[in-house]
Design a protein. Structure first.
Length: 87
């Protein structure tokens, strides 16, 4: 859902992700799609995105329109850059 919904989020908007531990439960990884194989674990993707935020395009990371990521037990929120923040 992130792949489809993030582009529609307005600049400055918030995207909430919850129930992150479910991604590691084998019972929930029975199905796959072209963009989401059975081996995909969302918390691993969040770790990659954190590198993107820290390194801003250096060391193999990428620059994109996330301004911040805040995580706690079971959930994260990503903030999309407002229009006045340059990429």
């Amino acid at each position: 859902s992130f792949i489809k919904l993030w582009p529609t989020l307005k600049p400055g908007g918030l995207y909430f992700i919850e129930d992150l531990s479910v991604g590691k439960w084998m019972g929930y990884r029975r199905y796959s799609t072209a963009t989401c194989p059975k081996t995909f674990i969302f918390s691993h993707k969040l770790q990659e995105w954190l590198d993107d935020l820290i390194y801003q395009g250096a060391y193999g990371s990428r620059k994109w329109d996330v301004q911040f990521m805040f995580c706690q037990a079971e959930a994260c929120v990503l903030g999309k850059k407002p229009p006045e923040v340059k990429q």
